[in-house]
Design a binder for this molecule. Structure first.
Ligand code: HEM
Length: 426
């Protein structure tokens, strides 16, 4: 194997497969060899350059002109003619939103749509998050056992996401199915026979997004980030375009809920795997905000992101040609000893935990990061107060195979309901 620059590809680079279970279970561990020995390598299986060190990835994020985000939502596995025909039949045309928009279009749009993400605006959502978290825990608190993903962590962030966006609560199970299909379609490697089923789900998702948007246009004064966008479109139609609104209607549901659901499941799993840390946050909930940050660093829900080199350049001293695609493994950057001392250690008092790159960095950095943080804090506050005695049930964890969106499909926990503090105190 040779890289596009003509250089030979090492064995480990040739073997790199982000759809394998090794990557799914623990991406930073899977690329440890790269971080230590070959931090920029060409993956012939993927057709991407893979970058694994903190400083290199941060430099890429910093320069969104040489490293364009335009491929961020592109299918990482090109689909065959049959799946393409299905997508065409639904008129599927997901295009630029924010995350995959180039300058000079991106910044004016980001600025125009920022207001609903300010701390004052986000504060309005906390009571809803708290109420939902309490209600869902009420449903299973006396059972002694729950799959936190199926019974809570999927649906609550989805409800919050719909509320934030201004979307009436649609059929939750359908949206869950569509969102997973979108993840597989964008970052997965479905076999040809799976591709067609995925294409139907993604096509339906696209059409549903269009219908929801049409309905919203009839009542653009309602609350919600999408209605805010519809109102902004009247002032600046060339900044907030129709194509943007339809694409964001679909991508926004995934961006806002799947990431947060996975992040919380990853965090609870990690904390329960370190029972002494779990005990500490149960005893002192003021530790929760930094614990959330440390969990996002150590075991975040976005494992890797993408950029397209627009000019001939160098990354970590390795020449990269214009037109090359880059997989930047942010989860690996987060375990880089060069930036985080004792990087594999879960240290909820780490003073630079929030330097992690799970939300990206620079001009495209996640706009929803403070909403996600608030949700995660509320969930942990409720769990530590009401179920401090919960433990991970014995289980093996499975993940939807893909490069980027990562969280366990199920998270079984158990506890003795007779020991529930609320019951004991009653
Ligand atoms: C962008 C991760 C939650 C909305 C991004 C990016 C990442 C990311 C990696 C790309 C950053 C870059 O290119 O530098 C996450 C994670 C989340 C989360 C890990 C949860 C733990 C949310 C939520 C919302 C949201 C809750 C919305 C309510 C956005 C938007 C962008 C974005 C609009 C595009 C920003 C731009 O390109 O200017 N997110 N996200 N995200 N995220 Fe999030």
């Amino acid at each position: 194997h040779k890289a596009p620059t003509g250089c030979p590809v090492s064995h480990r680079a040739a073997d790199f497969d982000p759809f394998s279970d090794g990557y799914q279970q623990n991406p930073p561990d899977y690329v440890r060899w790269s971080r230590e020995q070959e931090p920029v390598f060409y993956s012939p299986q993927l057709g991407y350059w893979v970058v694994t060190r903190f400083d290199d990835i941060k430099a890429i994020f910093r320069d969104n002109i040489s490293f364009s985000p335009s491929i961020a939502l592109e299918k990482i596995t090109p689909t065959g003619p049959e799946a393409n025909a299905v997508l065409a039949q639904y008129g599927f045309a997901l295009n630029r939103t924010l995350v995959n928009e180039d300058e000079p279009a991106h910044m004016p749009r980001r600025r125009a749509l920022m207001d609903p993400f300010t701390p004052e605006h986000l504060a309005h959502h906390e009571p809803l998050v708290r109420r939902l978290a309490r209600e869902y825990v009420d449903r299973f608190i006396d059972d002694g056992r729950a799959d936190l993903v199926d019974q809570m962590l999927w649906e609550v962030p989805l409800t919050v996401a719909l509320h934030f966006l201004g979307v009436p609560e649609e059929d939750m199970d359908k949206l869950r199915e569509y969102s997973i299909a979108h993840t597989v379609n964008t970052w997965g490697r479905p076999k040809p026979e799976e591709q067609v089923a995925v294409a139907h789900a993604v096509g339906n998702f696209w059409q549903l997004a269009g219908k929801v948007l049409e309905k919203m246009r009839q009542n653009p004064e309602a609350d919600g980030w999408m209605q805010y966008g519809i109102r902004k479109q009247k002032e600046m139609p060339e900044v907030v375009t129709d194509s943007y609104l339809h694409s964001m209607m679909m991508a926004g549901i995934v961006a806002a809920h799947e990431t947060t659901a996975n992040a919380t499941a990853n965090a609870v799993k990690l904390l329960l795997q370190h029972p002494h840390v779990w005990r500490e946050i149960c005893e002192d909930p003021s530790l929760i905000p930094n614990a959330v940050e440390e969990c996002l660093r150590h075991n975040g829900s976005v494992a890797a992101w993408r950029r397209l080199a627009t000019v001939d350049c160098e990354v970590g001293g390795v020449p990269i040609l214009a037109g090359s695609k880059l997989l930047i493994v942010t989860s690996s950057a987060n375990h880089d000893e060069g930036h985080f001392a004792d990087a594999d250690l879960l240290d909820i008092r780490r003073d630079n935990a929030s330097d992690h790159l799970t939300f990206g960095y620079g001009s495209h950095q996640c706009m929803g990061k403070n909403l996600a943080r608030m949700e995660m804090q509320v969930f942990l506050e409720e769990f530590t107060r009401r179920l401090p005695h919960m433990k991970l049930a014995p289980q093996s964890f499975s993940y939807v195979p893909n490069t980027s969106f990562r969280g366990p499909e199920h998270l079984w926990v158990e506890w003795d309901p007779a020991q529930n503090p609320e019951r004991r105190d009653a």
